[in-house]
Design a protein around this ligand. Structure first.
Ligand code: CMP
Length: 140
């Protein structure tokens, strides 16, 4: 099915000047960028975005990392976009990520892991709406 997913290029990958390389992987795999913005998240924005992880032991470190520098946020559209993006990203822990995936090539640790991607179509809708107004999405 034609889906959308929310993708974030995290502060570590932005600091490495890897925005273009990572966006190229999405486009090269047939995912279309239908919305994009660069933003330095506030603490409240990062905490709200990751609210489902609030009770996890890594929550504090995750929020600190996500506000440590600007991020690049995009909505991606394509056939099976949620799974396709997860395949491109590789495992959450870069040590476990398959060769050739974004995390294998750009991530340093499970915290500084280069990218975020929605884990389901349901969460994708919630996550896209968190960062983009409906009028900011450009179907194509
Ligand atoms: P992300 O897909 O952005 O979702 C939550 C983030 O928490 C995850 O990527 C990791 O960067 C970070 N994280 C840190 N430790 C863990 C862990 N043990 N399990 C899952 N995510 C973790």
């Amino acid at each position: 099915a034609l889906e959308r997913t929310l993708s974030i290029i995290k502060p570590d990958a932005v600091a490495k000047n890897a925005i273009g390389a990572i966006l190229s992987r999405f486009e090269g795999a047939g995912l279309k960028i239908v919305a994009a913005k660069m933003k330095h998240l506030s603490r409240a924005e990062a905490e709200g975005f990751y609210a489902v992880h609030r009770e996890r032991p890594f929550f504090g470190a995750l929020v600190e990392f996500m506000i440590s520098g600007p991020v690049m946020i995009q909505a991606l559209e394509g056939e099976g976009a949620v799974l396709r993006n997860r395949e491109l990203m590789g495992a959450t822990d870069p040590k476990k990520a398959d060769k050739g995936t974004i995390r294998a090539d750009f991530a340093d640790s499970i915290d500084a892991n280069a990218v975020h991607g929605s884990d389901s179509a349901e969460n994708a809708a919630i996550e896209i709406a968190y960062f983009f107004a409906a009028t900011e999405l450009c179907p194509r």
